[in-house]
Write a protein that binds this ligand. Structure first.
Ligand code: ARG
Length: 281
């Protein structure tokens, strides 16, 4: 009898992309009119034409990868609405609404609720606690990694778990430059992440190291260009172009890094992931 030895799963990384549905909002009204994170300086001039070209390149990148993009109508007076990731968290067709920390962004929550409903996503859960959508709630396989410390109230973590029917793993952010979880963690696949350990409180660092012992560790230099603010479909990782170290680490692991330049939107403290809300039905 010959026996076939199973190949350990870890040596055969599955880099099969899955088709995604994303929501994006054009930077029509983008500006740096207030400063609510260290990347923002009030009055920084923004080249709106360039911002639009960069944003549209991101949108077309997703389309070329075979993904679907729903574009929502930008609202005048809401310059940060371009950061669609903050608009909600959507799992199993349920929309867990956002609730913003700063007054300037508060009206974005109903704007996204209504836009998502118009796109057919009508199962809406009203949040009782401050949470900035996928900025702090990252779906990673069967769990949700949930940030707190700057924006999202930890009480929203339990609410998200209840509403989205997923276990939630709370993580405390400590560096104001990495104020949303999606600036400190990239979800690469259902089981793999990249992150910046220094962005987390010691206990949360321990949680991440325990759960993801083979994670990609970002350098300070890559994190400083918001390199972790990236979107993966399981194979292609769309990340800020300047994050050369991360791109090389992804390629070594069989991912295909795709660098994009969102220099104008970086002036508001956002990158590719911030501009992208995933719809999971
Ligand atoms: N200016 C926005 C803010 O500070 C940027 C949001 C970036 N979004 C994100 N998902 N990290 O709220």
């Amino acid at each position: 009898m010959t026996s076939v030895l199973p190949v350990p799963a870890s040596t055969v990384p599955d880099r099969t992309p899955t088709r995604r549905r994303y929501v994006m909002c054009p930077p029509t009204h983008f500006a740096v009119e207030y400063a609510i994170n260290p990347w923002m300086t009030v009055g920084t001039p923004v080249d709106l034409d360039l911002a639009f070209v960069q944003w549209d390149t991101l949108r077309r990148t997703y389309l070329e990868l075979g993904h679907e993009v729903t574009v929502v109508e930008p609202v005048p007076g809401l310059p940060d609405m371009v950061y669609a990731a903050n608009g909600a968290t959507i799992v199993g067709g349920t929309v867990y609404g956002a609730r913003f920390r700063y007054g300037e962004r508060v009206p974005e929550a109903p704007a996204y609720r209504d836009a998502l409903a118009a796109a057919g996503l009508t199962r809406f859960a009203e949040p009782s606690f401050v949470n900035e959508g996928e900025g702090d709630l990252l779906v990673a396989g069967d769990v949700v990694l949930a940030g707190s410390g700057f924006r999202t109230d930890p009480r929203a973590h339990a609410e998200a778990a209840r509403v989205l029917h997923r276990p939630v793993i709370g993580l405390e952010l400590v560096d104001p430059r990495f104020y949303h979880l999606d600036t400190a963690v990239t979800v690469l696949s259902g089981t793999e992440i990249a992150y910046l350990p220094e962005a987390f409180a010691p206990r949360s660092r321990g949680v991440l190291a325990g759960r993801y012992p083979t994670a990609v560790i970002a350098s300070a230099a890559d994190a400083a260009v918001l390199g972790l603010n990236a979107v993966s479909d399981g194979r292609h990782v769309v990340l800020p172009r300047g994050a050369a170290g991360l791109a090389a680490q992804y390629a070594e692991r069989g991912y295909e890094p795709i660098g994009v330049d969102l220099s104008e939107l970086l002036k508001g403290g956002g990158g590719p992931k911030c501009c992208t809300l995933e719809v999971r039905t």
